[in-house]
Ligand binder design. Structure first.
Ligand SMILES: [Mg+2]
Ligand SMILES: [Zn+2]
Length: 242
């Protein structure tokens, strides 16, 4: 008998074999939000639509390295001139990469946890998930609330002072595996807040400025354009048993 090929006797064994194969099936999938799940950067879209023009000055100070991205976002949020319901409605109507639905469905079928890690705004992420019936997904993001005086303010429950990223949400800490020997984590992202995590992940799918950065710094990545492509790479149709 060929020891390398499992002999399959019945339907339940077929399903066990399917779950174990291919060996590259991830143990967990982490995904950026702005520009990766939404086709536009939802945070930037909200600032452009609702913030006083000075938000661009803070952006310039961050780009020049004068302030951290965490401080930049905190100052920009304070310039938003809109209430909660307005922002929720705006975000719910933002276009998404339709492959997001396929990818999360295939993760669920294969019992692979799918987690959104975003250095954006939790309210916007939740609005998009609610619209698409995906509120059960795990989300780690910066927290938007309105003060007693009616001003929007952002807090950073997942910041990490030791992280070089200066981000409000440190993705490299959130995605650290409890058992690195058996973990096969996958990361999907497109921008600057994805840099600190990308050097620490076994598999990185990258587009946009993250792809450019990975190529420049020598971090291996799989380029992608749509999340449907990512779904097909992670969970190939021919390896699945209907
Ligand atoms: Mg992004
Ligand atoms: Zn980090």
């Amino acid at each position: 008998m060929n020891k390398g090929v499992p002999v399959i006797h019945n339907q339940s064994q077929i399903q066990v074999a399917a779950r174990r194969l291919p060996q590259t099936t991830p143990t967990e999938v982490y995904c950026d939000f702005d520009g990766t799940i939404t086709t536009l950067d939802a945070t930037d879209a909200v600032l452009e639509a609702f913030a006083l023009p000075a938000w661009r000055d803070w952006e310039a100070r961050w780009v020049s390295g004068e302030i951290t991205s965490q401080e930049c976002l905190a100052r920009q949020i304070e310039l938003i001139q809109a209430d909660r319901d307005t922002l929720i409605e705006f975000a719910a109507n933002l276009p998404i990469d339709e492959g997001f639905l396929t990818l999360t469905q295939r993760c669920a079928e294969q019992e692979v946890p799918f987690t959104i890690v975003s250095d954006g705004i939790d309210l916007l992420v939740e609005a998009v998930l609610r619209r698409h019936g995906l509120l059960h997904l795990s989300v780690f993001s910066n927290h938007l609330r309105w003060n007693d005086d009616g001003r929007p303010t952002l807090s950073f429950p997942f910041a990490e002072k030791t992280c070089e990223s200066g981000a409000g949400t440190c993705k490299c800490t959130l995605t650290r595996p409890t058992d690195p020997r058996s973990a096969r984590p996958v990361y999907i992202g497109d921008g600057r807040s994805d840099q600190c995590v990308s050097g620490k992940m076994q598999t990185v799918f990258a587009k946009g400025s993250l792809k450019v950065w990975c190529e420049r710094t020598g971090i291996p990545c799989i380029p992608f354009n749509t999340l449907a492509e990512v779904a097909e790479r992670l969970f190939p149709q021919e390896a699945r048993i209907a």
